[in-house]
Design a protein around this ligand. Structure first.
Ligand SMILES: [Zn+2]
Ligand SMILES: [Zn+2]
Length: 169
């Protein structure tokens, strides 16, 4: 079935999460306004610094503090590129932590869509107080439906190569 816009952007957030580098959590975030992707993020180390996957987590008070969270990375990507995210929707795989929730609110995010919860967060309270709409949705299907064999106009590279070589004199 064709995914709804919300399911589509949640699925993009899941795809972003595949780049995460902390084994304790894989999280993805996509910032969207008017069905247009403004920025994406996943939880990972700061640029150039080693990853939890390579050197282990850095645990403080039962949280790994080595990574920037997905929401923070999406917000900082937008800042780096000079993209306003005011009025945008944040699609996140998990309920934001308290710090990310506050950053999203401060950056002008007006709606947050998630499909799973996160331990010990006050996000929901802050969202309610700041009048940010929070939507919990079903987790989208994890399967990406794309099979070249299904499409009569598509060809694999191998068959394209054959065609090119056939055209040679
Ligand atoms: Zn970690
Ligand atoms: Zn966070």
């Amino acid at each position: 079935m064709r995914p709804s816009w919300d399911q589509y952007f949640l699925k993009l957030a899941m795809l972003a999460s595949e780049r995460a580098t902390c084994p304790r959590m894989h999280c993805g975030c996509v910032l969207v306004r008017h069905k247009h992707v403004l920025a994406t993020g996943y939880n990972g180390s700061l640029p150039g610094l080693p990853h939890c996957d390579d050197i282990g987590c850095l645990i403080v008070n039962d949280h790994c503090i080595r990574t920037n969270h997905a929401e923070m990375n999406a917000i900082t990507q937008a800042a780096k590129n000079g993209v306003s995210i005011a009025g945008a929707t944040a699609y996140v795989t998990n309920m934001p932590c308290t710090t990310c929730a506050k950053a999203l609110i401060g950056a002008g995010i007006k709606r947050v869509v998630v499909f799973s919860d996160y331990h010990s967060t006050h996000a929901e309270t802050f969202f309610r107080e700041a009048d940010v709409r929070l939507d919990r949705q079903e987790m989208p299907e994890t399967l990406i439906k794309y099979d070249l064999a299904d499409y009569s106009s598509a060809k694999s590279f191998d068959s394209c190569k054959d065609e090119v070589s056939e055209r040679k004199p």
